[in-house]
Write a protein that binds this ligand. Structure first.
Ligand code: ADP
Ligand code: MG
Length: 262
């Protein structure tokens, strides 16, 4: 499903009436099936942008447009995943995944096999009947991925889903996510602090400036598919991460050294 932000801006009002400009003039167009990584410093409005695209918050300027229609309410056919996994501790892993259907008032039985299949894909088949509190952080994130994907959403919004995990678990989950999304053909917006995973997963990496968040670069990641662990060994991979690191360090601020004569 195609996705667009058109001159999108957001100003928050604090309780005392002070204005916080979080986003400014965001123009972004995402093609069906594209995987777009979003990088930017803390507080630059990444989560706000994702929430507006998913219909969970409202823009104060411009609009989000999904499938040709302005977004005015939470998108029911989107999958959303946050840094905190938000699993329900009193349900088994399988029931947490099937919550997608319960929430929508649909029967869960026809989807039980698919839930198990997804758990197997992320190496968690034995956890179907276990409770989230019995699992490590990495295992919980795996269950959360399954929950975000089980209803086969054409749109997937991921907000730093692997931020709290150790490096190796994160790389393994990156590989699994690449395989799962390539297979489903979903359009994905992936917010991350990790330059490596932005390149590893993305067809594009969009870099935002410090608040108010603006887009300062939109880099096409021309690496081959399918993306497996070998991708990280390519010299092009390193070239992309170096380029993005530089863009982020610069942060969109004017370079104050310019114009200073030695
Ligand atoms: N509900 C809110 N009310 C007021 N300010 C907010 C609210 N949500 C976010 N902000 C502010 O907007 C800015 C962007 O926040 P956020 O989108 O969470 O940034 P990021 O995800 O890039 O770290 C921050 O300065 C944050 O404090
Ligand atoms: Mg955030």
């Amino acid at each position: 499903m195609p996705l667009r932000a058109e001159g999108l801006g957001k100003t928050f009002r604090s309780a005392r009436g002070a204005a916080v400009r979080a986003l400014d003039g965001i123009d972004l167009s995402i093609a069906p099936g594209e995987f777009v990584s979003i990088l930017g410093p803390s507080g630059c409005g990444k989560s706000t942008l994702l929430a507006i695209l998913a219909g969970l918050d409202k823009a104060t300027q411009g609009a989000a447009v999904v499938g040709g229609k302005p977004v005015t309410a939470p998108l029911v056919d989107a999958g959303v995943m946050f840094q905190r996994d938000l699993l329900l501790d009193w349900h088994t892993c399988e029931d947490n995944i099937l919550m997608q259907f319960k929430m929508r008032g649909q029967p869960t039985a026809p989807h039980r096999d698919r839930a198990r299949e997804l758990l197997a894909l992320v190496g968690m088949e034995s956890a179907a009947q276990r409770y989230p509190r019995e699992l490590s952080g990495g295992m919980r994130q795996r269950v959360a991925i399954c929950r975000a994907l089980v209803h086969e959403p054409p749109l997937l919004f991921l907000d730093e889903p692997f931020g709290a995990l150790d490096a190796l678990t994160r790389e393994n989950l990156n590989t699994e996510l690449a395989a799962l999304t390539a297979h489903s053909g979903a359009t994905v917006v992936f917010v991350t602090h990790g330059i490596d995973e932005a390149v590893f997963l993305g067809d594009r990496a969009v870099v935002m400036s410090a608040r108010p968040g603006r887009i300062i670069a939109d880099v096409r990641i021309d690496l081959p598919h399918p993306r497996g662990a070998h991708i990280r060994e390519l010299p092009e991979f390193t070239a992309y991460t170096a380029r993005l690191r530089k863009l982020l360090a610069h942060d969109g601020r004017p370079d104050h050294r310019e114009g200073v004569r030695p």
